[in-house]
Write a protein that binds this ligand. Structure first.
Ligand SMILES: Nc1ncnc2c1ncn2[C@@H]1O[C@H](COP(=O)(O)OP(=O)(O)OP(=O)(O)O)[C@@H](O)[C@H]1O
Ligand SMILES: [Mg+2]
Length: 328
């Protein structure tokens, strides 16, 4: 059995409902989401909950196979079909016969190789390199990517016909930032699995971080905390590790400002993000609000409140550049 997929938030419940609904079918499915959100875990779960569960689950890392080898890796080859082909190879697609073929990192697949997948997906057609014989296999194709394939199609990097074939069933996976209420739950499950000692209140600090690396980044920090804390994970230790993480993974802002952030309340982080976004759009609130996914009126209200708060007014980074850009 694969690991438990944790998450109670409304957005993640929608993902879980889709997994249950789509698992019994053999239609292609496309899992979309940022790095580390759990796409591979979900692909395995779709297989496990399907009638194919006793058959193979074969992952294919589309970004790791060199372009020249993709066809022979996927469809196999005949003995002597190229120099070095001493014995025939079955290929990953035929190995998945009866089960699931998982095309991971699909967005990284060279456009010239994408056409080679069309017939496989349409009818299970496979022809080994160096062979004249066409075979038909029974597979379910699941693909995953953190690339926005719709934009990639418009940019000419991804074939529309392939995207249409693969996205019959679509499973968008929300980032951890979009479902912060799941963080304590996932952290608890991970720490329990690690056998660490901790108190649930100490995990609240984890909600202050944005987790660009999603669940994988959260898991890594918790493993680090368990090792460094010799199985005892505390609020202070997590705070130190989060500060380090912020320092090591952020290059845009001066470290002292970033470091100071985690000492303060959640609102301070929100302010930092808003200031960053306003800078990006040269003070244009409409554009910044759109990018942040909030109403312009909400942004106005927040700025108005901060500007009236004497404790913030002095320290707020925006105060330094607000007037020339007329943000007052
Ligand atoms: N909802 C979840 N509950 C528990 N663990 C999870 C959850 N989502 C992800 N994980 C764990 O987080 C780690 C990353 O997950 P996974 O490899 O599936 O991500 P991914 O979306 O495929 O990432 P990438 O795009 O970088 O390949 C794994 O250890 C996985 O077990
Ligand atoms: Mg993955």
């Amino acid at each position: 059995m694969t690991e438990l997929i944790c998450g109670n938030s409304e957005s993640f419940q929608k993902t879980l409902a889709k997994i249950e609904l789509y698992a019994p079918h053999s239609w292609p499915a496309l899992i979309l989401g940022e790095t580390g959100v759990g796409k591979e875990l979900i692909a395995k779960k779709l297989h496990e909950l399907s009638p194919r569960k006793s058959m193979p689950f074969i992952p294919v890392n589309c970004s790791a196979i060199p372009a020249g080898l993709f066809e022979s890796e996927l469809f196999g080859f005949e003995k002597g079909s190229f120099s070095g082909a001493m014995a025939p190879s079955k290929g990953l697609a035929r190995m998945a016969h009866g089960g699931t073929l998982f095309l991971d990192e699909l967005g990284e697949l060279d456009i010239n190789l994408q056409a080679k997948l069309l017939r496989l997906i349409d009818s299970g057609e496979v022809r080994a390199v160096g062979s004249q014989r066409i075979e038909y296999i029974n597979i379910r194709v699941i693909a995953a990517t953190n690339v926005d394939l719709y934009t990639a199609v418009s940019a000419g990097h991804f074939r529309q016909d392939l995207l249409e074939r693969l996205s019959v069933l679509r499973i968008p996976v929300p980032s951890l930032k979009e479902r912060k209420e799941d963080i304590p739950l996932i952290a608890t499950a991970i720490l329990e699995r690690l056998g660490a000692k901790f108190s649930p209140e100490d995990l609240q600090i984890l909600n202050l971080f944005d987790w660009p690396g999603n669940v994988r980044q959260l898991r890594n920090i918790l493993i680090r905390a368990t090792v460094l804390g010799k199985m005892k994970v505390t609020d202070t230790l997590l705070k130190t590790l989060l500060k380090e993480e912020l320092r090591d993974t952020t290059v845009t802002a001066p470290p002292p400002e970033r470091e100071a952030l985690l000492q303060g309340p959640l609102e301070a982080i929100e302010r930092e993000i808003i200031v960053d976004r306003l800078k990006k759009y040269h003070g244009n609130r409409k554009e910044a609000a759109k990018d942040l996914g909030i109403a312009k009126s909400t942004l106005h209200e927040k700025i108005r409140r901060w500007k009236e708060d004497p404790s913030i007014k002095k320290t707020w980074p925006m105060a330094r550049w607000a007037s020339p850009l007329n943000l007052a």
